[in-house]
Design a protein around this ligand. Sequence first.
Ligand code: 4AD
Ligand code: MG
Length: 462
Amino acid sequence: MTTHRIASLLRAQPLGESVTVNGWVRTRRDAKTFSFLEINDGSCLKNLQVIAEASLPNYEAEIARLATGCAVRVTGELALSPAKGQAVELKAREVTVYGWADPESYPLQKKRHSFEFLRTISHLRPRTNALGAVARVRSVLSQAVHDFFKERGFFYIHTPIITTSDCEGAGEMFTVTSFDLDQPPKSHGKVDFSQDFFGRRTSLTVSGQLEAEIYALALGNVYTFGPTFRAENSNTSRHLAEFWMIEPEMAFCDLAGDIDVAEALLKHLVQRALTECREDLDLFGQFIDQGLIGRLENVLANPFIRLPYSEAIERLKASGHDFEFPVEWGLDLQSEHERYLTETIFAQPVVVTDYPKAIKAFYMRQNDDGRTVAAMDILFPGIGEIVGGSQREERYEVLLARLTESGLPLADYQWYLDLRRFGSAPHAGFGLGFERIVQFVTGMANIREVIPFPRTPGSAGF
Ligand code: 4AD
Ligand code: MG
């Protein structure tokens, strides 16, 4: 049987035609001789109103017992609705119940539930208006990422999840092992990973960048878009232990070109959300964050501010604002500093460039001043850092010195050095935290609401 999705029915409004929809009952209201059913099938935020007459054969036995959450199929005729609130309604000829939901025990009732509560039922929360809307926006944005790169001739590369190198050099990796953890083989008192599945210690990747560099130096422009994992104990509204990252890598590209691509990508994503998800965004604008649509339009309105780190430090010092953490050349910007720059000083996105080399990763290209690197972080109002990237160190000797200085095991990075021995070329890339852009676009205060199954310290279940 052909069924219709509610989104396309509401768009096309095929009045007078016989149609069938499948979905879940949001509410039932009874009048004297009929009931109103609000049906949602997940295709859009809006429900379809169904009129089910008391004369239907299963009215008493089933329809009059329908409650929030029941799954049904309705066949009938689409008609103009006389009532306010919807253009069309479905006059039911047949209502079939697929699955009941006992109102005594079904946790999602008509009232508004807190996001904290909904996190405890992640198997049911996508059935709410807000979480359903987030899931649709997330899907549209993922597709938009691929469209952006396809239009520009980038190739999509699948970089590995299991890896032996620590891209960020921060040691925040989850070990992958097949050992019996109660009795792992040991040698000289230490776990002997040479006997493990891969013959050495392996981890979940923190970034696909290093492998993307390999392909950029073969195919020109590439990107990865996949899950990344960090065992950092950051219990904040901006951090996940498992998050998705978009990482383009471009050969023959410098820092300015890198920022151009990042800015174009961010604007493209915001624009696509505004045009394709307007109904869902208006829900967020109404219930979650009144300033949302204005903030999204503000991102599109102007070129991002580009500001060297040294100047950012000057601006923060000159502000006279009392920060919790010190503002001093050489220290990393804390989230409060990032937010102050983008929210208070500039009130728009800011790209901070040329950070001190001591606080950035080993692969960033050293500037001629010897103390800064060609790095960039993009800061967004309400979010803080949304993108981190850099031009890469393409000079063999300089990279070797940097690796040695950082105390990284050279043997593990031989292949990375090889890329600088054979046909090395200037190249650059960045990482966009996918959940952070979904957070920005939806106005959700907590990152746990924008990924279907959040993994955070102490929490990896349902
Ligand atoms: O700044 P990060 O650590 O950069 C890298 O991993 C580079 N290898 C990227 C590259 O140049 N290819 O992370 C990039 C972005 C951050 O700006 C942030 O948006 C996001 O990833 N991110 C996180 N998002 C959620 N939870 C976390 N724990 C995150 N850590 C980073
Ligand atoms: Mg960063």
